[in-house]
Design a protein around this ligand. Structure first.
Ligand SMILES: *[C@@H]1O[C@H](CO)[C@@H](O)[C@H](O)[C@H]1NC(C)=O
Ligand SMILES: *[C@@H]1O[C@H](CO)[C@@H](O)[C@H](O)[C@H]1NC(C)=O
Ligand SMILES: *[C@@H]1O[C@H](CO)[C@@H](O)[C@H](O)[C@H]1NC(C)=O
Length: 366
């Protein structure tokens, strides 16, 4: 149990430290020979000096007018309007772009392959399209294809808009969960990297200074709280200034969550507790967990397939005391007019991304 917990924490730690992983990788790039993780197609190359100290050159290019190309750097600043055409060399190219464009199934975006390159066109880009655009070479071995991580190219593109210093959000009040074991991000991203941004609490009104240790600002992510605690709860907003009047972001409701990660904690109960033939019964399977953790339920019961029964699955957020928020997910199995065949063992299997838990209850005739 302890070992398992330790492993989870270790995995979590790795997952939460993209920055430090990259640093390790970069250090390796610069020094020793590189060996691919997993040993597959392992190659030992002589260390060679790289331009600019980064990884290989960015092969993500922007097509300018008159057939000129601009090789993009890690950060690109563009004026909105017109259209943006990106190309990436290779006969099989994968793309990623702000998820917002998929969520709204945006017809302004088109991604087309060709023999020699992949093409991404975004017409009428606006401040909301600010984000990470990335392409990579897809390598196939028979029918199995995968992304070549060494040939993945990224540019963070800002679409500047002086009326929208913050990347517009469709949500009026966003919820940010604070967890004791990982940094939290208040995602007020800007559309111009030159904007000066500050973080403010609404009540009592105060500015939370970004001092480079506990609180930092990254224009591509927002404010990062390194060690969230219950004191960081409340309603916050960001303020940006770039020549002229300051602008205010949407509001962020910060909620503190203290639920360890792992397979779901499940409770199962029948109501009423004591049943007779002809009664109606609800069997409720409940899981308390992290607010964003989806839970799926599977039922096994005596009359399955022979008797009508229906299940209703739902979830809601529950405040437990001042500083904790958890998600209560429930599946209710309803049986009407109990018959002999319905008595026996009811099994609920609840599954989340970390595992599954099985609980049973026996319904006996009274
Ligand atoms: C998204 O757009 C495509 C093409 O316009 C259309 O075929 C598809 O049904 C749309 N999907 C949704 C979920 O709106
Ligand atoms: C940064 O701010 C945090 C809390 O606001 C404080 O605990 C910490 O001491 C500060 N660090 C520096 C270097 O000022
Ligand atoms: C079962 O749940 C439904 C919906 O909540 C409720 O209306 C009904 O009274 C419950 N029945 C029993 C026997 O608890």
């Amino acid at each position: 149990m302890k070992l398992w917990l330790g492993l989870c924490l270790a995995l979590l730690w790795v997952e939460l430290q993209p920055g430090s992983c990259q640093q390790v990788k970069r250090r390796k790039d610069a020094g020793e020979n590189r060996i691919r993780p997993g040993g597959k197609r392992a190659k030992v190359r002589p260390a060679k000096p790289k331009d600019g100290g980064g990884k290989s050159q960015n092969l993500l290019t922007q097509v300018l007018d008159k057939g000129r190309f601009l090789r993009l750097g890690p950060v690109t600043t563009l004026a909105p309007g017109g259209s943006m055409e990106l190309r990436c060399k290779g006969n099989s190219i994968g793309w990623s772009y702000p998820t917002y464009l998929d969520t709204f199934n945006d017809s302004r975006l088109s991604v087309k392959p060709s023999d020699k390159y992949g093409q991404l066109v975004l017409t009428s880009p606006s401040a909301a399209d600010t984000g990470r655009y990335s392409c990579w070479v897809v390598v196939c071995d028979g029918s199995e294809c995968e992304r070549d991580h060494e040939r993945t190219y990224v540019s963070y593109v800002y679409f500047t808009d002086k009326d929208n210093l913050f990347v517009p959000s469709a949500i009026h009040v966003e919820i940010v969960y604070l967890r004791p074991d990982r940094p939290a991000v208040v995602p007020c991203r800007v559309t111009d990297p030159r904007a000066e941004v500050s973080l403010h609490r609404e009540v009592p009104p105060e500015e939370i200074p970004a001092n480079g240790t506990q609180v930092t600002y990254d224009p591509t992510r927002g404010f990062v709280l390194q060690k969230p605690s219950p004191e960081h709860q409340g309603v916050f907003y960001c303020k940006a200034v770039l020549k002229g009047t300051p602008q205010i972001s949407t509001k962020y409701q910060l909620l503190y969550v203290e639920v360890p990660r792992g397979p779901p904690f499940v409770g199962l109960e029948a109501s009423p507790e004591s049943v007779r033939g002809g009664d109606d019964v609800n069997v409720t399977c409940s899981v308390l967990g992290e607010p964003e953790a989806d839970v799926s339920f599977t039922w096994t019961y005596p009359g399955q397939g022979h008797r009508p029964a229906h299940t209703h699955t739902s979830w809601r957020l529950v405040n437990r005391g001042m500083s904790h928020t958890t998600r209560l997910s429930q599946s209710v199995l309803t049986l009407e007019d109990m018959e002999t065949i319905d008595f026996g063992n009811y099994v609920c299997k609840a599954k989340n991304r970390d595992g599954e838990t099985i609980v049973t209850t026996d319904i006996v005739s009274r």
